[in-house]
Write a protein that binds this ligand. Structure first.
Ligand SMILES: NC(=O)C1=CN([C@@H]2O[C@H](COP(=O)(O)OP(=O)(O)OC[C@H]3O[C@@H](n4cnc5c(N)ncnc54)[C@H](O)[C@@H]3O)[C@@H](O)[C@H]2O)C=CC1
Ligand SMILES: O=C(O)CCC(=O)C(=O)O
Length: 533
């Protein structure tokens, strides 16, 4: 049974999906003060919330059972992501469900500002009828400058064309093809965008790069009497600088849906600023968007808890593509790494320094997730594995000084993986395949070609290629009640060294391993218990 704590206002449709799962117990509470949340979090496997609950480092550390943090929305700036990653806690958001809500609000609010609708309504509510004071401006013919051409920026751009606007955007992380497809002109720099934007709108995440990105200097570069809209995150537009520009009548107006501190304090000078339309973080507040994000995040949290499906987790080292499609490859990669580490350790090389993963081109879309699986395979059996998982494996490996690399190689056959570990002068590569629709297999250990399905435990023996070894190994394992599932013997040349990969059910004890080493002609015996069964 997993316990899920739901804070903030998360739409019922998603919560019903969680509640319908017999393996989940869902406790819904309003947004809690920090100390109360800290006191409760230790009982829960997952927490689901919106932006009102800060998922701080303290909270994550106090959540000793926490496996998943779900965010019903896009922005994750309220979550201490690095801490979650290092603790192996999956962070899952709902990136797409509220895109349209924000894009539509941009037009609603901007037209509202340009036509002075809130003020006109206020006059009407007070019994007046004033047509002369409310001479507005149109969008048609104006240049819209978008910072951040991601999901929301793209939807804003598409709608702006319908209004007859010229659309220019600045986003150094988006390829030219995307600009072309969206019929958006690329601004070469933020300054170039500012120079021509009659309406400037921000659709970027809050990061070190974007914090304070629109300050006094940037506002002064806009054409006179431009409009600034921030529906992304407070702090991207410097609030005192914006206030000053509005008071100086340098700007025609501005819309703020987000603030550097939320809720906005009652006596904030922004509340009195001229031509400033203020909204209480309403971007995602539509029935449709709330339903979408709640469903998306609750399904992903459910699958992460019950099926260990981390494909929607934004901190699963590199992202995953199609999780179902990648899982066999990740399993083979993890096991290949565990085998290589164990065999090298038995040859006296315990301190792995470098881990090099090669994948065939048909697996190139999943290198991040496969590399995470490799890192987990190298570490299992070496470090405390209670919290070792695909989320923190790479970070833990790198923290131990391991150099991880990944390359795509067309020399490998279909859906093939090679994991090479090295340290000092020694190196060992183990390969495997994860064919579609059939059993994943290990295909090579060092120079030896094998063909074995690595199930619960794999025994790797090296021996002299002489008659009788297989029989003696089989007899000994039988005497120790170890059941052999598959026995694959490989050799390089007759009478030389041979390698046996023996897949067995259950565990092989250290006593049995030592007994195997006592057998004539057995040179090394390595046992790998796969811990991710
Ligand atoms: N007001 C509200 O209720 C809502 C606000 N948001 C905010 O909107 C932001 C954007 O959301 P999406 O479009 O879904 O995200 P997204 O990730 O699809 O797009 C963000 C874009 O910003 C670009 N970017 C990042 N750093 C940049 C920089 N320094 N300069 C220029 N471009 C940069 C990225 O390349 C990306 O294309 C979210 O991060 C969130 O903070 C999102 C939903 C609701
Ligand atoms: O409604 C919310 O929780 C805020 C939405 C938002 O800002 C986001 O999804 O990033």
């Amino acid at each position: 049974m997993f316990r899920v704590l739901v804070t903030d206002e998360v739409d019922q449709e998603g919560l019903a999906l969680l509640a319908a799962e017999p393996l989940l117990q869902v406790d819904e509470v309003p947004t809690l003060p920090k100390d109360e949340l800290l006191a409760r979090i230790g009982d829960y496997d997952a927490i689901v919330g919106r932006s009102a609950t800060r998922i701080s480092a303290d909270l994550l550390k106090a959540g000793t059972k926490l496996k998943v943090v779900g965010r019903a929305g896009v922005g994750i700036d309220n979550i201490a992501l690095d801490v979650a990653t290092s603790l192996g806690i999956a962070v899952i958001n709902a990136p797409a469900g509220n895109t349209v809500a924000v894009a539509e609000l941009f037009f609603g609010a901007t037209i509202g500002l340009l036509r002075q609708l809130p003020r006109a309504d206020h006059v009407m509510n007070n019994g007046g009828w004033d047509r002369n004071s409310f001479l507005g401006r149109e969008l048609k013919g104006k240049t819209l400058g978008i910072v951040g051409l991601g999901r929301i920026g793209s939807e804003v751009a598409a709608r702006a064309h319908a209004f007859g606007m010229t659309v220019v955007a600045f986003d150094p992380y988006i390829a030219d093809e995307r600009f072309t497809a969206l019929r958006v002109r690329r601004a070469p720099s933020l300054d170039a965008l500012l120079a021509e934007a009659n309406i400037l709108t921000l659709h970027v995440p809050l990061t070190d790069e974007t914090k304070g990105m629109i300050g006094k200097r940037e506002l002064s570069r806009l054409p006179n009497r431009s409009v600034v809209v921030n529906m992304a995150r407070g702090g991207i537009v410097d609030e005192p600088a914006l206030l000053a520009a509005l008071e100086a009548d340098q700007l025609r107006g501005a819309v703020l849906d987000v603030f550097s501190a939320e809720p906005l304090v009652a006596d904030s000078p922004l509340r009195k600023a001229p031509n400033l339309l203020l909204l209480p973080h309403l971007g995602a507040n539509t029935v449709e968007a709330q339903r979408n994000v709640s469903r998306d995040v609750c399904l992903a949290v459910r699958d992460a808890l019950i099926r260990n499906d981390l494909s929607k987790s934004i901190n699963v080292a590199g992202g995953a593509g199609e999780w179902g499609d990648l899982q066999p490859a990740m399993m083979v990669a993890r096991r290949a790494a565990a085998v290589a580490r164990a065999v090298l350790a038995d040859q006296g090389m315990r301190a792995v320094r470098r881990v090099a993963l090669r994948v065939s081109p048909d697996l190139a879309h999943g290198t991040g997730a496969i590399l995470a699986a490799v890192a987990a395979g190298v570490l299992e059996g070496v470090i405390e594995t209670d919290r070792l998982n695909l989320i923190n494996a790479r970070a833990l490996a790198e923290a131990r000084g391991l150099e991880l690399s990944v390359a795509e190689s067309s020399e490998l056959g279909a859906r093939a993986i090679e994991v090479a570990l090295s340290g000092g002068m020694q190196q060992l590569a183990v390969s495997g395949v994860a064919p579609e629709g059939s059993t994943p297999r290990l295909t090579q250990i060092g120079s030896f070609h094998i063909d074995v399905n690595p199930k619960q435990t794999l025994l790797i023996l090296t021996n002299h290629d002489v008659p009788g070894v297989i029989g003696r190994v089989g007899t000994l394992l039988g005497e120790q009640s170890v059941n052999i599932a598959e026995y694959h013997q490989a050799r390089l040349a007759q009478g030389g060294d041979a390698l046996a990969a023996v897949s067995v059910d259950g565990e092989v004890s250290e006593t049995t391993r030592r007994a195997l080493l006592e057998l004539p002609d057995v040179i090394t015996a390595s046992v790998v218990h796969f811990r991710d069964e």
